[in-house]
Design a protein. Structure first.
Length: 153
């Protein structure tokens, strides 16, 4: 809470909502053997591969907003589960490219469907996934996410 506001601050509400949704996604994808963070990677990879991309870990980190070291850790766990393949980039031996396996593609499709259903329920107070209020909410969140963070400020 701030001194000028009688209620919670926007930052507190965003944090609470992010935690609430993370827990909901964790529970929804757990039967598929995924965590929310792992879901973020496989769903992102699924979308990127559909457009012909085979990202490296840094590109996937930039896409998801996760730290590169965390993406590496998640990718190793997903590789051990047979959901992704990791290979050195022939053009840059320091970079590791990541791709979904066939099993990973199947799990990704299932997880995306589960999360889409969950999002429909979570966004019902705004009218659902396709509602004007949801689009406006998404636009506002995108605006905030597009502002670069200045760690010294």
């Amino acid at each position: 809470m701030s001194n000028g506001s009688p209620g919670p601050t926007p930052g507190f509400l965003v944090w609470r909502l992010a935690n609430k949704w993370r827990v909901a996604v964790d529970r929804a994808v757990a039967p598929l053997g995924l965590t929310h963070a792992q879901y973020s990677l496989v769903a992102s990879l699924y979308g990127m591969q559909r457009t012909g991309e085979r990202p490296n870990q840094r590109q996937l980190a930039d896409h998801t907003g996760l730290e590169a070291l965390y993406v590496s850790k998640l990718a190793r766990a997903l590789e051990a589960a047979g959901l992704v393949e990791r290979a050195r980039d022939p053009r840059d031996p320091r970079a590791v490219r990541i791709a979904l396996t066939e099993q990973g593609q199947t799990v990704a499709r299932q997880a995306i469907a589960v999360v889409q259903d969950l999002l429909q329920r979570l966004l019902e107070p705004l009218g659902g996934l396709d509602a004007a209020r949801t689009r406006a909410f998404t636009d506002e969140l995108t605006t905030l996410l597009d502002v670069p963070l200045d760690p010294s400020a």
